[in-house]
Design a protein around this ligand. Structure first.
Ligand code: SF4
Ligand code: SF4
Length: 342
């Protein structure tokens, strides 16, 4: 039997629950009619009884990390606390992406949230889209910039205290969507991260789901790309100059200059970072090999549903192994910007 090397699973627990309406969000943007039209107003939520069997399978396969929902706000998921409990019970770490609003579930404060999740978390990504209030709130509709800033400070204080006491370190990241209406603040976001003690700034370029935001793509014109490249250079200069309180530099990831004429296909030798290493399970139980947008991901094949198959069976199935061997020939994978040099 082939040795399995699955190390992370993402559970799309509650993709339709969020208290923000970010303009670029596939499901919650004011420009999106996804929930109303496609789902007919219904919201998908992963049933609680699926969670423990998934954790048991994950532990058996040697999985190290679980990511609760990257679409939707995971802290709003009704069974989020159960996931945290299973992380403790099965000794699997959590990797969390949150909008940083820390909803007051049962009166829980930000301090209480942080004390609950820091000990079992390896990385917390705060969605962040501006160094200035006006810019950030214009992208993340519903956000209160000052409150989010205070939440990050509180979270980092608890993180640092926990590290002093136990040696367990929970990395904190600012996660951006790079767009023409916030790229000019990239250097200042790096400066802000350094000041706050945020470890890492990373992001990805806009996936323009709606006509109304297509003009916000950095890749919209060669001039825009030249501008982006200047901000990238400045961001790296700021990184050298402004250190975090512990004297270290902020880590910058996926922040690099673009070619004036972006190539359509990625180089053949670039590898998929996910195959044989990570799996995604949707709120409806569908198991997927990666996080490409739903409709396009379906072109990669069908790999089963957690209600009637196991993760191990999926990894060893003919359809999955066929994808692992042949993905570079698939149309979606040929242009996938998640592929990287080895
Ligand atoms: S915080 Fe995330 S899920 Fe919520 S609206 Fe913004 S992008 Fe969408
Ligand atoms: S689209 Fe293909 S190359 Fe890209 S992440 Fe998915 S499987 Fe990997």
């Amino acid at each position: 039997m082939q040795k399995l090397s699955l190390w992370r699973i993402t559970l799309d627990t509650n993709p339709e629950d969020c208290n923000f309406h970010c303009i670029m969000c596939e499901e919650h943007s004011p420009f999106s009619d996804y929930i109303r039209k496609k789902l007919n107003g219904k919201r998908r939520r992963m049933p609680k009884e699926w969670l423990e069997p998934i954790f048991k399978q994950a532990q058996k396969l040697g999985v190290k990390e679980i990511i609760p929902s990257t679409m939707g706000e995971p802290l709003i998921y009704r069974h989020f606390d159960t996931i945290v409990e299973f992380c403790y019970k099965y000794n699997i770490k959590m990797n969390l992406t949150t909008n940083g609003s820390f909803p007051s579930v049962n009166g829980r404060t930000v301090e209480e949230w942080a004390k609950w999740i820091v000990p079992i978390t390896t990385d917390v990504k705060f969605s962040w889209n501006g160094a200035k209030k006006e810019t950030d709130e214009k992208v993340m509709i519903g956000k209160n910039f000052e409150k989010s800033l205070q939440n990050v400070k509180t979270f980092i204080n608890i993180r640092d205290e926990h590290y002093q006491k136990t040696g367990h370190y929970c990395r904190v990241t600012f996660q951006l969507t790079f767009m023409r209406n916030n790229m000019h603040e990239l250097p200042d976001i790096v400066r802000l991260a350094a000041e706050l003690g945020v470890d890492r700034v990373k992001g990805h370029h806009l996936w323009a789901h709606f006509e109304e935001i297509k003009h916000l793509s950095v890749k919209v014109s060669p001039e825009s790309i030249v501008q982006w490249n200047q901000y990238v250079e400045e961001a790296y200069q700021v990184r050298e100059k402004f250190l975090r309180p512990n004297g270290q530099k902020v880590l910058l990831e996926q922040i690099f200059p673009l070619q004036p004429e972006e190539q359509h296909e990625v180089p053949e030798h670039y590898e998929c970072p996910f195959l044989n290493k990570e799996l995604w399970i949707s709120a409806e139980g569908v198991i997927s090999p990666c996080c490409a947008p739903d409709e396009q991901r379906k072109t990669l094949g069908y790999f089963g549903n957690i209600q009637d198959t196991t993760l191990e069976e999926v990894l060893q199935s003919e359809s999955y192994q066929n994808l692992v061997k042949n993905y570079k020939k698939m149309d979606l994978c040929k242009t996938c910007n998640m592929r990287k040099p080895k």
